[in-house]
Design a protein around this ligand. Structure first.
Ligand code: IVH
Length: 712
């Protein structure tokens, strides 16, 4: 490799300082050729060699390191946190006009004129109109021309010192242009750090190729990069900057207009966006808004509106501020971006609870700063309401400029000929596990019924199965479930019973002791109750209480399976509080062969419980007569001394049952403070309402004295 040689005189009387200076100048020259003129004169390897030599020189002789050295751009060591910095002049926010129409521009001008007490005959007010960049606000402090501090806006008073990261932004000068003698002692430049669309796309392409995480959108990309504690990460992100104002200045003859300030900043070498005009009066502002709105999609970076500022600084100070916003400026927004594209297909995703969410696959379209290839359609009702059909041209919007959403179809001639989408018809079986898909009568959501089997629901199902109120396996929490499933050791709850301590001990963060403990806990859980077992299966709408009632009423699992298997809704509804919805959920669950397989596997794994006689509902109620026993309670609001769980435990210990909703079958509603709709419903149905003291009274009358909370 041939390095460009420094001029003879430097080689001759070579000192380290002159060598360092020469390297800096050479690197800057190549940066300029590469970044500004797009005309590189040397290859990457030669450039790297220059750079590394300078780095080595500076590392060996720290005195040679200058604040404006190009080596400062690559980022130093990671920091533990960002230092807080108080802004010399607060960073204010700006009033936002969300009315997208042109009237807002005219109204702003009228407001300014009124406040300046300008009569109708006075000449139009001059404004500087510019773009509202969609990135992250930044304050850059230059002292005697050198960039010494970069801080985020924070709360406007205090921001964070992100100098290391901002130094990595190539297009920002580390030293201002101009005669060093006449540069301001202090010049704070304010503006927006942002990411260009092409830089964003390139970054994501490369990150994806390396198998790394991609950025969600350019704005998050900019904000996220600036907040990286490791400046090397920030250095790898292609960021840009546009100035839109100033903060503190010392020793600078401030221009008389805002446009003059922006011109002066540009002359210092600070990037200032060319899309700015001096406009006279409201109609020219409206014209700017219209023109930029039309050009918005073709800009190489994201904007979310335009900003109008009174141009004269003298008039600005006359207008002053209201709270934290200047009266002389306003942001005039654009509506969320929309685009049209083709709906290629509607697929479904299966969530942790088995819910099937339809997802629109779209022909890739660039909208609101990102390429959108799919959008959620939420559920069947949403598809029906919007009447979107596969093959349609659809309008896509990035709602809140983040989540892509389908607004509706473009009603072309073919639309009517296309088939309406019917989720259940398209997906009668779960695309993940093949179990049948059901949708309850009053439900918006369609679900996979393979709760115990479906890989999409596996982790959730296992966690529920092992939870305290279900089979109660101590120590089996979400981290462990995650590990067991990811390692392929456990697929259904039945697999838990085949685990041995040796296998478990090989897992990360799992010692031999805890492995043995877990195996013991799993073993212990084999002895359970029918109620716990039913609850642990995770049948939709079958909570703890319903599971207990099912267990009491059927007495034996096979009797429940028989009723469910023959879809005996009538028998199921003889169980207290089981209505048509719950009965249908029970039938659906046991109609899925995969679930029955798991139930069978659990039984052969040795799970056991005591079984009893069948008891029909009246019998269940009659089994334990008393003030509380056999009665149904509903708890609502906050009780003065008992928590919900404590009250529930007391009632159940005395043989009562606690239900979640008030019906005609409810005997008592126990109401605390801030009781809401349940109390209302109790009154409508004429159900007796008592308070905590009333509950204690009932318990006492039954001769049931709770162990705790007993009166002294
Ligand atoms: S002026 C006193 N001009 O919008 C006025 N802000 O202020 C200070 N923004 O997060 C702000 N482009 O970072 C101004 N051309 C522009 C802007 C702009 C974007 C951001 C700014 C701040 C927000 C509201």
């Amino acid at each position: 490799m041939t390095l460009p040689l420094p001029p003879e005189d430097l080689l001759a009387g070579d000192t380290l300082a002159t060598r360092a200076r020469w390297l800096r100048a050479e690197i800057e020259r190549h940066d300029h050729l590469y970044y500004d003129l797009d005309a590189p004169a040397i290859g990457d390897a030669e450039y790297d060699a220059l750079f590394r030599e300078l780095q080595a020189l500076e590392a060996a002789h720290p005195a040679l390191r200058a604040a404006d050295s190009p080596t400062q751009r690559v980022g130093g060591a990671p920091q533990p946190e960002f230092r807080a910095v108080r802004h010399a002049v607060p960073m204010l926010s700006i009033r936002t006009e969300t009315d997208f129409g042109e009237a807002a521009a005219v109204a702003f001008d009228a407001r300014v004129r009124r406040e300046l007490k300008l009569g109708d005959e006075a000449p139009p007010v001059e404004y500087c109109a510019e773009l509202k960049f969609d990135g992250l606000a930044m304050n850059l402090r230059y002292e005697h021309g050198l960039l010494v501090l970069a801080a985020t806006r924070g709360d406007g008073e205090t921001g964070e010192d992100v100098t290391q990261n901002v130094r990595t932004i190539r297009e920002l000068p580390l030293r201002l242009k101009g005669d060093p003698e006449s540069l301001p002692a202090v010049l704070e430049v304010r503006g927006e750090v942002y990411m260009r669309h092409d830089a964003f796309a390139r970054f994501n392409r490369e990150a994806a190729a390396r198998g790394e995480k991609t950025l969600v959108n350019p704005r998050n990309g900019a904000a996220g990069s600036i907040r990286q504690l490791d400046p090397k990460v920030a250095a790898s992100r292609p960021l840009s900057f546009f100035a839109y104002g100033i903060g503190e200045t010392v020793g600078w003859d401030i221009p008389a207009t805002h446009a003059g300030i922006l011109d002066a900043l540009a002359a210092f070498g600070i990037p200032v966006c060319g899309q700015r005009v001096v406009a006279k009066g409201g109609s020219e502002l409206a014209e700017f808004h219209r023109r930029i709105g039309a050009a918005r999609a073709t800009l190489p970076f994201a904007i979310d509106g335009v900003v109008y500022k009174v141009n004269s600084l003298a008039l600005q100070s006359e207008l002053g501020f209201v709270t934290r916003e200047p009266r002389w400026a306003v942001a005039h927004k654009f509506p969320a971006e929309e685009a049209t594209t083709r709906l290629l297909a509607i697929e479904v995703q299966v969530g942790r609870t088995g819910a099937l969410t339809p997802v629109a696959r779209l022909e890739p379209v660039f909208v609101g700063g990102v390429t959108v290839t799919n959008a959620t359609l939420h559920n069947q009702d949403e598809i029906t309401r919007k009447d979107v059909r596969v093959g349609d041209t659809v309008i896509v919007r990035r709602a809140g400029d983040v989540i892509p959403e389908i607004v509706g179809p473009v009603l072309d001639e073919e639309h009517a000929q296309r088939a309406c989408f019917d989720l259940i018809a398209a997906y009668p079986e779960c695309p993940v596990c093949g179990s049948h898909v059901v949708r309850g009568e009053d439900e918006a959501v369609a679900r996979c019924s393979g709760g115990l089997w479906c890989p999409a629901q596996r982790k959730q199902a296992l966690l529920h199965f092992a939870s305290r109120k279900a089979i109660d396996i101590e120590g089996l929490g979400d981290k462990l479930v995650e590990q067991l499933v990811d390692a392929g050791l456990v697929q259904t709850p039945a697999d838990l019973y085949a685990l041995d301590a040796g296998t478990l001990a090989a897992l990360e963060r799992m010692g031999e002791k805890s492995a043995a403990k877990l195996v013991a806990a799993i073993g212990k859980s084999r002895k359970t109750t029918l109620a716990r077992f039913i609850y642990a299966l995770g049948v939709r709408n079958v909570g703890e209480t319903t599971a207990r009632d099912l267990a009491r009423s059927f007495g034996a699992l096979d009797r429940l399976l028989a009723a469910a298997g023959s879809a005996d809704l009538e028998r199921l509804q003889r169980v207290p509080d089981v209505g048509p919805t719950v009965a249908a959920c029970v039938v659906d669950f046991f109609a899925e062969p995969h679930n029955l397989e798991v139930v069978a596997a659990l039984r052969s794994a040795g799970l056991e419980w005591e079984e009893g006689e069948e008891a029909l509902d009246e019998a269940v109620l009659a089994a334990a007569p008393g003030e509380v026993a056999g009665k149904t309670f509903v708890l609502t609001g906050t009780l003065p001394s008992l928590s919900r769980d404590e009250a529930k435990a007391l009632i159940e210990a005395a043989g009562g049952r606690v239900s979640g909703s008030v019906s005609k079958k409810t005997h008592y509603v126990v109401a605390g403070s801030e009781a809401g709709s349940k109390l209302e419903r109790a009154r409508q149905l004429g159900v007796e309402v008592i308070d905590e003291a009333g509950l204690h009274e009932l318990l006492k009358r039954q001769g049931f004295l709770p162990e705790q909370g007993e009166e002294q």
